[in-house]
Ligand binder design. Structure first.
Ligand code: FE2
Ligand code: FE2
Length: 155
């Protein structure tokens, strides 16, 4: 697929995470279109933003997983780390490249695919756990007040 456009099936049901994913995808779209039209300076600005925003987003997911005691935190954290490592590798490659717009476009396409797979897979699983955790924290639904008359106290 790789459309980098927000779609309802990407929603995890955790509002803050969904808002951040939407922001990430909107910026990937911007990166791709700037690269496609040869606006290298613009694409670089968006890339710098994306790098920082992705790091903040990952940190906020990791915080939420930690607080909720998510059992797959380590595996999820490794995926985030792999993304950051690959992005750094691609940036270094880009800085050496004789055709920067092509590499920026490729970077945008890679990011697009990665985000979509990550949101639909590990993020969706994490969000299911977080939603369950919130529900557990809220506790059982309050019971309706008893209508049973209070027995008279023994005299
Ligand atoms: Fe995410
Ligand atoms: Fe994630």
């Amino acid at each position: 697929m790789g459309t980098a456009i927000w779609r309802p099936d990407l929603a995890t049901g955790v509002a803050e995470i969904d808002r951040q994913h939407e922001e990430l995808l909107a910026n990937v779209t911007m990166l791709r279109s700037a690269a496609r039209t040869g606006q290298v300076g613009m694409a670089e600005l968006v890339l710098t933003f994306l790098e920082r925003y992705a790091a903040e987003h990952f940190a906020s997911e990791e915080r939420a997983m930690w607080q909720a005691g998510y059992p797959d935190l380590d595996a999820h954290w490794s995926l985030h780390l792999a993304f950051a490592t690959e992005l750094a590798r691609r940036k270094a490659e880009y800085q050496e490249s004789p055709s920067p717009a092509d590499l920026l476009l490729e970077m945008g396409m890679w990011m697009d695919r990665w985000l979509e797979d990550h949101v639909l897979g590990p993020d969706a699983a994490m969000a299911r756990f977080l939603r369950g955790h919130d529900a557990r924290l809220a506790g059982p639904a309050p019971r309706a007040p008893s209508t049973r008359p209070t027995p008279p106290s023994a005299a």
